[in-house]
Design a protein around this ligand. Structure first.
Ligand SMILES: [Zn+2]
Length: 337
């Protein structure tokens, strides 16, 4: 396994998870890291306290619930310039040598650092960062995604933002982790019905979850190798339908419950809605990533927090999501792949 290209800062590693039987669970190690950081890293403690006090409201859209959070701590991330030039010139905030000295990590499998997210949306909220500066890429990290969901257990959900639809560090591979049950769509996921007939192969089931303004593809399985192979085929099919030479735009959630991995994938056609670039009354500063697609809308201005309605949320979703017809096309392709 490839390890770091450089020496890690002394004392960076708070603990190390190697999956040895009888050792401490990854969830416990992350919990200890979180407590340590709250006590020993003042900026993080303040950011966490602010997030805990953030306004949250519920808006109901048909049978579905959306949540809106007013979180000014997310301003840098929500408004980050993501053009290739800016990305190339800025110091990468996920590279280990740019992390604050007070920031500690759980070393995961020799190639990833689990960190507390310094601008949290959840309590706790972790960022799982590749030890090297390598671009955001889901396909070559599917094994890590499945291992992480397994090692963290059912109390956590792992999520991923594609490099062109939500990742604020598209040039440095990372996943994020939140407590399970915090994303509104997880409830709809529990109640899903529409599995695609004939798409169940090698113990992998697959279907479409229809939500207000958007659709998600769900994939479930209990054997990591077959699941990984299926996901690779699915990403390939998405790329073909979406006409994308690079990774097709997607956001993804993954959790492991009762012996089965469950993934929810939101295919995307656009990063930010037009309203993001508008000026005046029509402006809405929302940058949809996995969290937003999952039904938790993060707003960084009080005005946006107050004016969000189910209709406005749906309009944003419809604009940034793949059309129903293209979702059907992906599903049809998967029947024959
Ligand atoms: Zn980096």
């Amino acid at each position: 396994m490839k390890t770091s290209d450089y020496e890690l800062m002394p004392d960076r590693i708070w603990s190390e998870f190697d999956g040895a039987p009888g050792g401490m669970s990854l969830a416990s190690m992350c919990g200890e890291l979180f407590s340590q950081q709250l006590f020993n890293w003042q900026e993080f403690a303040v950011a966490h306290m602010n997030m805990k006090g953030a306004w949250l409201r519920e808006i109901i859209s048909g049978q579905h619930t959306l949540l809106v959070q007013f979180n000014q701590g997310r301003t840098v991330s929500a408004t980050a310039a993501l053009d290739a030039d800016t990305i190339r010139r800025r110091p990468c905030f996920l590279c280990e040598y740019h992390l604050p000295a007070a920031q500690k990590a759980v070393l995961y499998g020799q190639t990833f650092l689990i960190l507390v997210n310094p601008y949290p949306i959840f309590s706790p909220h972790y960022t799982v960062v590749h030890i090297n500066h390598e671009p955001q890429d889901i396909e070559s990290n599917l094994d890590v995604l499945l291992a992480l969901a397994h090692d963290l257990g059912p109390s956590f959900t792992v999520f991923y933002n594609g490099p062109r639809c939500g990742a604020s560090a598209p040039d440095h591979h990372h996943f994020q982790v939140c407590p399970a049950g915090m994303i509104p769509v997880e409830k709809a996921w529990e109640e899903r019905e529409s599995e695609v007939p004939g798409a169940d192969r090698d113990g992998v089931s697959f279907g479409v979850l229809r939500l207000p303004g958007r659709s998600a593809l769900f994939v479930e399985g209990s054997v990591p190798e077959t699941l990984e192979a299926f996901l690779k085929r699915l990403i390939g099919a998405m790329g073909e339908v979406m006409g994308s030479a690079e990774e097709p735009m997607l956001n993804l959630f993954c959790t492991k419950k009762e012996g089965r991995w469950r993934l929810l994938i939101f295919p995307r056609r656009k990063h930010r809605p037009d309203a993001y670039y508008r000026e005046g009354a029509g402006s809405v500063l929302v940058t949809p990533g996995a969290v937003e697609m999952g039904g938790l809308l993060i707003t960084i201005r009080e005005d946006d927090f107050l004016k969000m309605t189910p209709a406005l949320a749906e309009e944003i979703y419809r604009e940034v999501s793949l059309s129903t017809e293209m979702i059907e096309e992906i599903v049809n392709k998967m029947k024959y792949l």
